[in-house]
Design a binder for this molecule. Sequence first.
Ligand code: ADP
Ligand code: MG
Length: 278
Amino acid sequence: MGLSRLLPRPNTRSTSTEKGTSLARVIAFANQKGGVAKTTTTLNLGVALKEAGHSVLLVDLDPQGNLTMSQGWNPDEIERSMFDVLVHKLPVEEIIRENEVDVAVSSIDLAGAELALSSMIGRERALEKALVSVKSKYDYILIDTPPSLGLLTINALVASNGVIVPVQCEYLSLRGLVQLENTLSMIRENLNPDVEIQGILPTMYDKRLLHSREAIDILRENFGELVFNTKIRKTVRYAEAPVKGQSVLGYEPGGDAAALYRDLAREVLNGAQAREHA
Ligand code: ADP
Ligand code: MG
């Protein structure tokens, strides 16, 4: 047994070659606007990262349970969920289900979590604590959040290293993004100094529409390099796949819709490398 075992290990993650000692990179998908493809992106990027050889856990932190549903489970029939993990300190391992990727599932109970947490000490850190026990088991933990900046989303931002913000090209709301940035600065000041916007993802892009192209220009003008090069195009495939309980990568592996999320996975992985070598 060498001395090195006693030395603190660097907090590296997934791309580290030393499997088993690295900790997951935790990414939240947030935008307080609904219908911008948070859930679609959490699932499909998760499956694309897994295809690329990484171990992935998805956390469904939305009481509507769309992510849970999109892997084929009915949130109304789920007895133990992220609610029990956050409020009753149930180990997260006990509610993880396996399908295309591992999912820590949601149930309708989760709607009561904000109220139940609100009177607890450390209410903003419940998720961060719950994930400690699984961080060494996964390369990536991706958290889907509800369409609000309430306590569940705050828990996600506190637990995360990075935030990916999906933005619908059709109804671009820069005011909404400013609000999200304000929440993030508050979290950096008080709870998690390291959390950063990892990228802004244009979704439901229709290249035939001037409006869509203008939306991209406006995003680039305001956020520059933070905007991913990958633009997720508008196609009904993304709505069809979850009905079958599948990602688009499972539903139509050779299709364009799947390829776009593989492109995004490559950008996320390259970004991780760039950061490590910085
Ligand atoms: P959010 O989680 O932000 O509320 P969802 O991921 O649930 O958004 O997406 C909202 C709806 O739009 C869903 O019906 C989804 O299937 C559909 N959708 C998502 N991405 C796209 C896309 N690129 N093109 C067309 N429809 C999409
Ligand atoms: Mg959603």
